[in-house]
Design a binder for this molecule. Structure first.
Ligand code: NAD
Length: 462
């Protein structure tokens, strides 16, 4: 068929539209060539923010929520286009979650004691300019969520985002500053550099005007931040196991686990990365995963092929991270049905696809001889990250035993992992879960200093 001029124009327009998303504005708000200049700008802006009333800060946060909602789809598409990871639909949901459920200034509370000797308050004050290092797995979600909490606490923030997600992160930083300006606040409440590198990260970590650093990422960055000599909030890696015992609603457990595991192609650090089930329920659980939840059962040969692709040379292949199940299967020559959501198989806990935090919808199922054995294997698989773990059980003694043994920041019972982020569960949202340093799910109050204000012998009117 001859190609007409209008067909060519259509193709050109489509390519241009894609390029516009890929090359979306690096913008003027909050983006600097030099890290020192970025920090200086954030410092000036913090001088303004710290004098603002709580009401003024909240107005900016309200405007940020609006901007996130308006731009949820653009941000989701940019994230997927730039990183090649995750899926647009789930990323849109994640942005709405950030907009709706990230705490603002209501998280900044006061503790008071009053009595015969006067009035004493504990108030939460800002640190100043906070340094934040963010991952490529939830790039804009983390930038937006961190800034909302940090600003509510009276801080401004300088980001060193993952280089693989710099355009998306910069787009989010632009939005944050536009929201601030629109709500009558200063520019540069959140700043970054055009080209974030390990060098710019080091400048930020060592800078005299950065008293606190929040690191969200794998073990390398958390260790680097905790070795910096500064106070650090370490939100590190996980490998969350989902335990299933014989009292669980097995059909629902299969559905919850697959839903949690496949959300944004398994990118969230809290997502189910493997299952440990007592022997008597393994077959039923896998039956429901296969018949009702669009899973694909990988043969031994396919597991070996997947291992050699996903963990090529013993290292996690970044080209596989955040890819969907069908794409992963196509990488080993399997043409799976279009609706395939998750690759499952049964294997020992030492299987490389089970013991490694893969961040893709491959779910190994480990058989345990009884509940105690399940707990022991799950604790081993969590690798002491103390990050997230999940359980499907109606036996409260079992749940309690598991919770104490695994000792994680998050433990979801009888639901998909994402309910821990307030998505189909109670509670607020965050994309920085301080597993290593123990603050757990971070919010505005995490980014504040506690100050004791004492008035002696007056202001008590009881
Ligand atoms: P990553 O560790 O490769 O990168 C995270 C950030 O750290 C990036 O900005 C990167 O440039 C920077 N970085 C890496 N090594 C560094 C070093 N030595 N010094 C300074 N900066 C350094 O992680 P990723 O692939 O972007 O994200 C996935 C990882 O992050 C997973 O392990 C996941 O579990 C974890 N994660 C944890 C949380 C949490 O809240 N605990 C949230 C999201 C992701």
């Amino acid at each position: 068929m001859p190609i007409s001029e209008s067909m060519v124009q259509d193709i050109v327009q489509e390519v241009m539209a894609k390029m516009q998303i890929a090359d979306a504005p690096t913008g003027k708000h909050g983006v600097f060539k030099d890290m020192n200049d970025a920090i200086e700008a954030a410092k000036k802006s913090q001088q303004i923010v710290k004098k603002m009333s709580m009401d003024q800060r909240e107005k900016i946060i309200t405007c940020i929520r609006k901007k996130i909602k308006e731009n949820a789809e653009v941000l989701a598409r940019m994230g997927v286009d730039e990183t090649g990871m995750g899926n647009v639909g789930d990323k849109i949901l994640k942005h709405h979650l950030v907009a709706d459920k990230t705490p603002g200034t209501e998280d900044i509370t006061t503790t008071a004691w009053s009595g015969d000797r006067g009035l004493t308050l504990i108030e939460m004050g800002p640190f100043g300019v906070i340094g934040a290092i963010t991952p490529c797995t939830n790039p804009s979600e983390t930038v937006l969520c961190n800034t909302m909490g940090m600003l509510a606490g009276g801080n401004t923030v300088v980001f060193n985002p993952h280089p693989a997600a710099v355009k998306t992160s910069i787009y989010a930083i632009n939005l944050l500053n536009e929201a601030s300006l629109e709500a009558g606040g200063p520019d540069n409440i959140a700043v970054t550099v055009e080209k974030p590198t390990l060098e710019t990260s080091n400048i930020m970590m060592k800078h005299k005007d950065i008293p606190l650093i929040a690191a969200t990422g794998g073990p390398g960055v958390v260790t680097a931040v905790l070795s910096s000599g500064k106070r650090g909030i370490g939100a590190g890696a996980g490998n969350p196991p989902a335990v299933v015992d014989e009292t669980a609603d097995i059909r629902k457990a299969a559905q919850d686990i697959v839903n949690g595991c496949t959300f944004d192609n398994n990118l969230p650090c809290i997502a189910e990365k493997e299952v440990v089930a007592v022997s008597s329920v393994v077959d039923e659980l896998m039956h429901y995963m296969l018949t009702e939840n669009d899973c694909y059962l990988a043969s031994k040969e396919e597991q070996d092929k997947l291992t050699s692709v996903v963990l090529a040379g013993g290292k996690l292949n970044r080209k596989c991270v955040g890819r969907d199940a069908k794409t992963l299967l196509s990488m080993i020559g399997v043409n799976a049905p279009a609706n395939t959501r998750c690759i499952i198989f049964e294997g020992p806990k030492e299987h490389p696809l089970i013991t490694t935090e893969l961040m893709m919808p491959i779910l190994g199922i480990v058989r345990a001889k009884d509940f105690d054995d399940a707990v022991e294997q799950a604790v081993w698989l969590e690798h002491g990250n103390r990050h997230s773990a999940h359980i499907h059980s109606k036996n409260v003694d079992n749940i309690t035993k598991y919770a104490k043994a695994i000792d994680t920041a998050i433990l979801v019972k009888n639901g998909p992992s994402y309910s821990a982020l307030g998505f189909g569960g109670e509670g607020f949202c965050t994309f920085t879960i301080a597993s290593r340093t123990g603050e757990g799910l971070t919010s505005a109050s995490t980014f504040t200093k506690r100050r004791r204000c004492v008035m002696t012998d007056s202001l008590c009117i009881r």
